[in-house]
Design a binder for this molecule. Structure first.
Ligand SMILES: C[S@@+](CC[C@H](N)C(=O)[O-])C[C@H]1O[C@@H](n2cnc3c(N)ncnc32)[C@H](O)[C@@H]1O
Length: 223
């Protein structure tokens, strides 16, 4: 946990670079996304659509996003969810600081930012209509607790959706993840494959849709 915390403390300080990469915003980011992740512009757009495929247009219930990171991908989505009650949780206070600053800059009011651990969520059972996890499960150190907690706080009939890295889809990405992301504490193994992820979700959820773009699996599940 400490290794991940330290890694994202640094990312929080360097959030401008992180945000540029995640939004495919400049030439170095486009080159890196293409080279390490196999995502050209068209694939990147598919990745984005896939990440938020489980959030219905005009969603107006109670939504938990974990982890929110700097909010660079999700806060623009929340701009259009007028009636929703939104809770954004992350373990790193530095990442949360960046997310709060972004929300303020966007004039997005009413979002609850919470520092906490996905493995010990500070919410009662069946509290949320939607739990969203974008790029989280390949990072969380205690994955079993994360699967259990995201399930526990979701209402029956609620949506669990998002995306995560899966191994064995692109060998260059797998080398990059193992040699850099895992070693530096940005990611935390063991990583799922597309089929192990499918199996895991089918065991828990009553309906599961899985897609993938290169090494990113997208999931939309109903509890
Ligand atoms: C790759 S970032 C993804 C953030 C965001 N969803 C995005 O796509 O930009 C991973 C985030 O997971 C957070 N994190 C790691 N372990 C966590 C835990 N146990 N509980 C909550 N957040 C955690 C990190 O602090 C970091 O902000």
């Amino acid at each position: 946990m400490e290794k991940v915390f330290d890694a994202y403390k640094i990312v929080g300080y360097l959030s401008k670079f992180y945000d540029a990469m995640l939004t495919n915003a400049d030439l170095p980011s486009r080159l890196a996304l293409n080279f390490f992740w196999g995502l050209d512009e068209a694939a990147y757009q598919k990745f984005l659509v896939q990440a938020f495929a489980g959030v219905p247009e005009n969603f107006s219930g109670r939504l938990l996003e974990v982890p929110v990171g700097t909010g660079v991908l999700s806060l623009p989505v929340y701009e259009n969810l007028y009636g929703a009650e939104i809770f954004c949780l992350d373990y790193s206070d530095k990442m949360l600081d960046a997310a709060r600053a972004r929300a303020e800059q966007m004039n997005l009011r009413g979002i609850n930012f919470i520092q906490g651990d996905v493995g010990d969520l500070p919410f009662e059972d069946n509290f949320f209509d939607l739990v969203l996890s974008v790029n989280g499960f390949h990072v969380f150190p205690d994955k079993n607790s994360a699967w259990a907690e995201t399930y526990r706080v979701l209402k029956d009939g609620g949506i669990f959706s998002g995306c995560m890295y899966v191994k064995c889809e692109n060998s260059r990405t797998d080398i990059f993840v193992e040699e850099f992301c895992d070693r530096q504490g940005f990611f935390c193994p063991p990583h799922e494959t597309l089929s192990s992820l499918k199996e895991k979700l089918f065991q828990k959820y009553s309906s599961v849709e899985i897609s993938h773009v290169e090494s990113f699996a997208g999931f939309v599940c109903i509890k």
